[in-house]
Design a protein around this ligand. Structure first.
Ligand SMILES: [Zn+2]
Length: 382
């Protein structure tokens, strides 16, 4: 039985006895090596001075707390020149000097502390049979050694929201290592400049197109190259395109109508079901009404947020419509389903004979290339 457990403990130890108790498993163990190295002079010695019992907490077994009762030894240093006459033996693969838990248990607890913090970690540790107090977990986290820090050379600076739409801070990322370097509590040029001055190694600052971070970077890292990052470039391009197209929407709608009138006789495309056509007309009329209302409120000097509140729509919708100079045209491409196309005639016949339930409606919509939403389904009297 002992042999089966040997591989589960440190290779430096031999298990002498296993003492299962009601609340824990006690392993009586002793060091395998007959000799030890003096921590002062490094000399090897086999002259045992005395024995003592050292209690170590270890990783749990099958949900039970494990205690190692280690038959530890003190040695005499064999080197007559060494100032250290007696020392306790070191077991570097098992436990640090004077520690009361094994290194591997300490690593697990540290991971827990980093993941969930002090008190939650403590509650979790009791559930996992490696109990530790919240204070101890925090102490372990605070004294943990940090990974080597490499000074950043390419950083990205952008907003991050404490509370979206209300309060923003600044996030600074290392773009070469894809990690967050710092979160600044506010969004202003001075704090960005102060942060950048701490890292003279920075060569490139990627930022949004606003002037705020440009000022911060100019002041804090005057020799660094400032670039717009890819996301902001694409975002700005998208906005510009939307505005450009929005200004010509009437021309586009007229062109689409001309194309449709040219193509219709050739393809013999199906017309919209009467209910859906009416629904779309209603929606278009509602958008037109809403746009008229926005114009009226705007003329009265109402701000964008006020208009949004009064009409019960999103502020960004009002902004978008105002920027485009009118309500959007919603048109859906005619894309018949290849799968259902052969059955469209049969589906139309079923529809005409009164079978207009949910599945039939969806199949017909798919076959005729109509885009269906719950509102459309309601409109068809489902
Ligand atoms: Zn020594």
């Amino acid at each position: 039985m002992l042999h089966a457990f040997r591989s589960l403990v440190s290779p430096e130890l031999s298990i002498v006895q296993i003492l299962p108790q009601t609340d824990r498993v006690v392993l009586v163990a002793r060091p395998k090596s007959a000799v030890s190295l003096c921590p002062c002079c490094g000399g090897q010695t086999g002259r045992v001075h005395s024995h003592y019992v050292r209690r170590l907490a270890d990783l749990p077994w099958q949900g039970r707390v494990v205690e190692i009762r280690l038959q530890a030894r003190r040695f005499r240093c064999a080197n007559p020149q060494c100032p250290r006459r007696i020392f306790t033996e070191r077991l570097p693969a098992t436990v640090r000097p004077k520690a009361r838990r094994t290194t591997r248990l300490g690593e697990s607890l540290l991971a827990m502390g980093f993941a969930v913090g002090g008190e939650p970690g403590s509650r979790l540790s009791r559930k996992l049979a490696m109990p530790v107090s919240g204070d101890t977990l925090l102490r372990m986290v605070h004294s943990a050694s940090l990974p080597d820090f490499v000074a950043p050379t390419v950083v990205g600076i952008d907003d991050w929201a404490w509370r979206r739409g209300q309060r923003y801070g600044t996030i600074i990322c290392d773009l070469e290592r894809n990690c967050v370097l710092d979160l600044l509590p506010d969004r202003n040029a001075d704090s960005v400049a102060r942060w950048l001055k701490r890292w003279p190694e920075i060569k490139v600052v990627a930022r949004d197109r606003a002037g705020l971070y440009a000022d911060g970077a100019r002041c804090g890292a005057p020799d660094a190259v400032q670039v717009a990052d890819r996301w902001h470039l694409l975002n700005s391009l998208g906005e510009a395109l939307r505005h450009a197209v929005g200004r010509h929407r009437h021309s586009i709608a007229a062109a689409v109508q001309i194309m449709a009138s040219v193509q219709r006789p050739k393809t013999g495309s199906s017309t919209l079901p009467p209910g859906l056509a009416q629904l779309r007309a209603d929606r278009k009329a509602a958008r037109r009404e809403r746009w008229d209302e926005i114009c009226r409120l705007r003329e009265q000097g109402c701000p964008t947020s006020g208009i949004a509140q009064l009409l019960g729509v999103d502020r960004r919708t009002v902004q978008r419509w105002l920027a485009a100079g009118g309500e959007p045209e919603h048109s859906r491409p005619h894309r018949p389903s290849h799968l259902l196309a052969p059955f469209s005639a049969w589906l139309e016949a079923r529809w005409a004979s009164g079978c207009q339930g949910g599945p039939a409606a969806l199949a017909r919509a798919s076959a005729t290339g109509l885009y269906w939403k719950s509102g459309d389904r309601r409109a068809m009297g489902r």
